[in-house]
Design a protein around this ligand. Sequence first.
Ligand code: TYD
Length: 206
Amino acid sequence: MRKRCFITFEGVDGAGKSTQLEWVRDFLKKNDIPATVTREPGATPLGEKLRELLLNEGNGAHPETEALLMFAARREHIEQVISPALARGETVLCDRFSDASFAYQGGGSGVDAAKLAILENWVHPAIQPDLTLYFDLPIEIARQRANGLNQPDRFEREGDRYFHRVRAAYLARAKAFAERIKVIDSSGTPQAISARLKDIITSQCL
Ligand code: TYD
């Protein structure tokens, strides 16, 4: 039987994760693999309200409060969207998941990783992504690419030093969980990146 696959997409803004998520969605469709596409924070009625608070009104919240709200939204998301889709045998493509909390709230804002690990074990003791695609790009280039795309949210307004810490945290996690997290060098062309994704997904999820 075909393996169902829980795939998460990570990276700082401007690294191309959302474009590549669309590519993977199309690739699965062409291969007749049913997929649910979702994102964090958000995806449930409560989660979308928390997203609004976190991204547009969250300025000034303590970083641990931010982490708790991210995991609260995640708890709903798993219950209402991720677990049911996996139970139906669908592949799940999720734009950000717990690695983002370790990278942004942990690396960026300095929340103790041990506390985040407690939340992770509480909120999803039995579920981890089967595969995480981490789109990596030097911060200077990512910032240039992201500039001017949208109105920047609370995180996008952070300075370069914050994003250097976020990237370092992602890379440290990729090293610690090398089996699960694949680092995708996003400095190449979109075609070269898609070719790499095709190899990874074909070997791990088809
Ligand atoms: P993002 O994927 O950048 O949304 P968009 O493409 O619409 O801008 O995600 C929103 C922001 O939320 C992003 O800047 C990272 C942040 N975030 C965290 O800080 N912690 C988390 O746990 C998650 C899931 C996201």
